[in-house]
Structures are given as structure tokens and as C-alpha cells.
Design a protein around this ligand. Structure first.
Ligand code: FAD
Ligand code: NAD
Length: 459
């Protein structure tokens, strides 16, 4: 028998909220999930990884207390307790979601979904169809090489089964690599990060990356230009050999974590059955209404490859909710989507980098300022925090803002708000900031950017 619904949501990550909202509005909704409800963010992504940041911050405060003339010795952290607390959080996620899904009257189908025909899906031994289908199947870690040796990806950390590492080799120089390495190094696990390129955080502004590398490298041993040529495992742990600029280098560690990007979960969906063709990386192309090439079938979140961020997935789900339930007609507007990197130091960014503006030939003025305008930063006795502001000399609009320093992602929200409401750097320059809040770094940069625009126009 074919079960007929108003809406099928395929993947119970962020899009579970769409299923719940539609069911509460009286729609007949099915939600298909093959694993734990809640998806990547609460089970094996943002939340557990950020719970670790709190422990790392506490450890760093003790280790760096001498900067404030405080006599403190760091004797290590109980990693078993740390991971037990994170695992406990994760253990409760699925049940909490199941309660919400059930209360809303959503039909929950546990099992892997795949298309067997036009708008027809098989899952958990059932056949379902609907006029509207939302594919929200997310992504997973790129498969690591040497998987048979028991190397880790981020999925192996959350939840962690077995003992925490005594030492760690992280391979990859992107967001996950830098967030995880920062945690382990801070709590006292000897951590090495090996990256193929000569820089970290490849998508960030180079000025910010330079500062990041300098500070991050105080805790994490860095190995640049390193291509893995061999990995072996013995009772003593792993031995990894890299080809580097200095010749072959071997790194030994108790555990190896690969953080080498993520792949969309699309290939097992048999999308050809319904006429959708993923791109060469497996992402499902959508238009500005998040609709695929097939009318009535939408794709949200990581699987469409637009952003691969939780708040972007949330915004897309909110957009579809408004479209389906409130009759919204316009396209999605995601011009003001920023991101934070919760490593140490913390990095946050929105808009274009200077490299991107140069490549596009977009006119801009750039300011790159320290945060010492704020006494709160002086009080922290650190001098590395920086803000980079890229502004259009034509209309004063903020083209990009890049921050590195404590609470960078929190500070970025003031810029996000200006960009969303009235994108003009003079709005920031004329705002009355609370003195001496950390945000004053933005005021100093904005005032300077307005000056730079004047100079640019005089040229
Ligand atoms: C370690 C880590 C840290 C992160 N930190 C951050 C952060 O700090 N900030 C941020 O913005 N983003 C972060 N992200 C990214 C963020 O987690 C993702 O962008 C977001 O969770 C994507 O949501 P989604 O709903 O698209 O997919 P998911 O949450 O992955 O949900 C997809 C769901 O679909 C299910 N599924 C897949 N295929 C099928 C199928 N065939 N049938 C049935 N069910 C299926 C999956 O089991 C999963 O539950 C992080 C990611 C990782 C891995
Ligand atoms: N704070 C956040 O917002 C946050 C945190 C974690 C993850 N995420 C999301 O998850 C995505 C995936 O994170 P990620 O760190 O896995 O990917 P990434 O794209 O940020 O970094 C991948 C890194 O792996 C390297 N690499 C790729 N293939 C390799 C190989 N075969 N051998 C060695 N190195 C290789 C790349 O050069 C790069 O340095 C991010 O792009 C982001 O969208 C976001």
C-alpha cells in the first residue's frame, strides 16, 4: 500500500523542525530518519564540539594565569569525565526530538529512505508519496584513507567510545581540524596538525590567518606542506610519514584524526528515479527557492552545498516553513550569513575576503586594526586580536568583516545586523558604543574606514 502525505521530510536533522511546524499547522507529514534524530549538529557536530570549548577555555586560563602575575600550575584535565559529560548530552538528543515529533503528530519512519519512482520513497519497509518532498539528508565526513587501521573522523569523537587519546595527530587544516586540535592541545594532549598546504583555514582572509597561525602554533605543533605517504599502527600507536618541503617526516601519535572535508548524503537516495541529478561532488542543485529541478521537491541544509553551516540550514528550513505555511513568494535572502570558528584564537567572518575582492576587481578600502581601543582587551593582556574591515568606496557598504580574538563570533553580530538592516559603515561609526566593551574595536575600525573612503575619493 502506498501511504500518501502532504509533505515528506527526508532526514531528521534541522529539517525535523519543518516537519513539526507543518504537522502543527494541520498537514499530514512523514519524517524519515535512518539514524539519530537531530542530525549532525546536536549529535556529532556543533554542540558536542562546542561543549569541548568550555573545557579548553578553563584549561587555558590556568595555563596562562602567569600573564596576570598569578601563580598557578596546570596538572591536566580528566578527559574521561569531559567526554562522559559530552556523551551524556548526546545520549539525550534523539529522545528529546522524538518527543517533539510525536507531540506534533508527525509520522516518524525509522530507516533509510530512497526514491523508487517519481515522488515515491521507500523507507522502513513502507512506500510513501507526497506532493511536496524536502530532501535534508545532510553530509558525512569524507572517508579517511587507512580506515582499516582504526583512524578517527569527527564522528568517532561524538560520542567517544573507549579511551581519550594520549597524543593526537590531526590531518587537515580546515575548520574541524583547527577546532579539535585547539581543544586537545589546550587540555594537555600533545597535538600535532599536519596540513598539505602552507596555511590553515584556507577560506579565511590571509591577514587573519597569519595571526591565527602564530597564536594557534603556541599550543599545536604544526607541520605544513605535508602529504601523507604512509600510515602504520603498532601497539605503541600510529606512525605517519609525510612528504614535506624538508623531505620525509614521520609523526607518531596515540590516535589519528582525519578532518578532510565532508561529502553530501545523496548517492544512496537513488535520485535518478525521480529525475534529480546531483553535481559532480554529490550536492543537489537548487534554485533561489530551494527547489530542485523537479517541481515540488526541495533540498535544504548541507546536502544542497550552499553553506554547510547549521544557522544556514536553520534559515533555509525557516524559509520553506514560511513558503509552505504562510504563502511567502520571494527568493531566499542569505546575503548576511557569517560564520565563526571556535578554535583558539576564535575567528569570525562575514562577506568577502580581500583576496576575493581583488580577484573580482571590486573597488574597496581596507582597514586592519588591533583591538587595543578597548580597555577590556588591554585587561586581558593580549595584543594579537585584530579586525579587518573591507568597505566599498562607492556607497560605504561593508563588503567583508573578519575578526580574530576573544568572542569574535559574538562581536560579529553587530556587523551582521548593520549589514542586514542598512549596510553602511557610517551606521557603525556613528553608533554610541558602551565603553570600554570589546565591541569598541569595531568603532575604531569603522571610523578609520570612513576616513579611508574619503581619501580614496580624493584620489
Ligand atoms: C564536528 C562538526 C562541528 C560543526 N560545528 C558547527 C558550528 O559550530 N556551527 C555551524 O554553523 N555548523 C557547524 N557544523 C556544521 C553543521 O553541523 C551542519 O551544517 C548542519 O548540521 C547541517 O544540517 P542538515 O540538517 O543539513 O543535516 P544533518 O544535521 O546532517 O541531518 C541530516 C539527517 O539526515 C539523515 N539521513 C541521511 N540520509 C538519509 C536517508 N537516506 N534516509 C533517512 N535519513 C537520512 C541523517 O542521519 C541525518 O540525521 C559542524 C559540523 C561538524 C561535523
Ligand atoms: N564553526 C563552524 O561553523 C564549523 C565547525 C566545523 C565544521 N563546520 C562545517 O563543516 C565543514 C567541513 O569541515 P572540515 O574541517 O572537514 O572541512 P574544510 O573544508 O574546512 O577543511 C578540509 C581540510 O582538509 C584538507 N584536505 C582535504 N582532502 C585532504 C586529503 N586527502 N588529505 C589531507 N588533507 C586534505 C583541505 O585542504 C582542508 O585543509 C566546514 O566546511 C563547515 O562548513 C563548520
Amino acid at each position: 500500500m502506498i501511504e500518501s502525505y502532504d509533505l515528506i521530510v527526508l532526514g531528521g536533522g534541522r529539517a525535523a523542525n519543518l516537519a513539526i511546524a507543518a504537522a502543527k499547522d494541520g498537514w499530514k507529514v512523514a519524517l524519515i530518519e535512518r539514524d539519530r534524530l537531530g542530525g549532525t549538529c546536536p549529535n556529532r557536530g556543533c554542540v558536542p564540539s562546542k561543549l569541548l570549548v568550555g573545557f579548553a577555555d578553563a584549561a587555558r586560563h590556568v595555563r596562562e594565569a602567569g600573564r596576570h602575575f598569578i601563580d598557578a600550575d596546570y596538572h591536566g584535565a580528566d578527559l574521561r569525565k569531559i567526554f562522559a559529560s559530552v556523551n551524556e548530552y548526546i545520549a539525550g538528543v534523539d529522545g528529546r526530538y522524538q518527543g517533539r515529533v510525536g507531540d506534533a503528530g508527525v509520522t516518524l519512519v525509522r530507516g533509510e529512505g530512497r526514491f523508487t519512482g517519481h515522488k515515491r520513497i521507500e523507507a522502513g519497509g513502507r512506500i510513501l508519496t507526497a506532493e511536496k518532498i524536502v530532501i535534508a539528508t545532510g553530509s558525512r565526513p569524507n572517508p579517511p584513507p587507512y580506515a582499516d587501521l582504526g583512524v578517527w573522523t569527527s564522528d568517532d569523537l561524538f560520542p567517544l567510545a573507549g579511551d581519550p587519546p594520549r597524543s593526537l595527530l590531526v590531518i587537515g587544516g580546515g575548520v574541524i581540524a583547527c577546532e579539535m586540535a585547539a581543544f586537545f592541545a589546550a587540555v594537555g594532549v600533545g597535538t600535532t596538525l599536519a596540513v598539505r598546504k602552507d596555511r590553515l583555514l584556507g577560506k579565511e582572509d590571509p591577514d587573519i590567518e597569519r595571526v591565527f597561525q602564530q597564536e594557534f602554533g603556541k599550543y599545536v605543533r604544526l607541520c605544513f606542506g605535508a602529504s601523507l605517504v604512509d600510515l602504520s599502527r603498532s601497539e605503541d600507536g600510529f606512525a605517519a610519514t609525510f612528504e614535506t618541503h624538508e623531505g620525509e617526516v614521520t609523526q607518531v601519535a596515540d590516535r589519528v584524526l582525519f578532518a578532510i572535508g565532508r561529502t553530501p548524503n545523496s548517492e544512496s537516495l537513488d535520485l535518478a528515479e525521480t529525475g534529480i541529478r546531483p553535481d559532480e561532488k554529490g550536492f543537489i542543485p537548487v534554485n533561489e527557492h530551494l527547489e530542485t529541478i523537479v517541481s515540488g521537491i526541495y533540498a535544504t541544509g548541507d546536502v544542497n552545498g550552499r553553506h554547510m553551516l547549521q544557522h544556514a540550514a536553520a534559515q533555509e528550513v525557516h524559509f520553506l516553513r514560511q513558503k509552505f505555511l504562510k504563502g511567502r513568494t520571494g527568493p531566499i535572502d542569505d546575503a548576511a550569513i557569517g560564520h565563526g570558528i571556535f578554535s583558539h584564537p576564535e575567528v569570525a567572518s562575514i562577506g568577502k575576503t580581500e583576496e576575493e575582492l581583488k580577484e573580482r576587481g571590486t573597488p574597496y578600502v581596507a582597514v586592519f586594526e588591533d583591538w587595543l581601543a578597548s580597555a577590556r582587551v588591554e585587561a586581558m593582556r593580549i595584543d594579537y586580536p585584530r579586525v579587518k574591515l573591507l568597505v566599498s568606496p562607492e556607497d560605504h557598504s561593508i563588503l567583508g568583516c573578519h575578526l580574530i580574538g576573544p568572542e569574535a563570533s559574538t562581536l560579529l553580530h553587530q556587523v551582521i545586523t548593520v549589514m542586514k538592516l542598512k549596510n553602511d559603515v557610517r551606521e557603525l561609526a556613528e553608533t554610541i558604543f558602551v565603553h570600554p566593551a570589546l565591541n569598541e574595536c569595531l568603532l575604531a575600525a569603522a571610523v578609520k574606514a570612513v576616513d579611508e573612503v574619503k581619501k580614496f575619493r580624493k584620489k
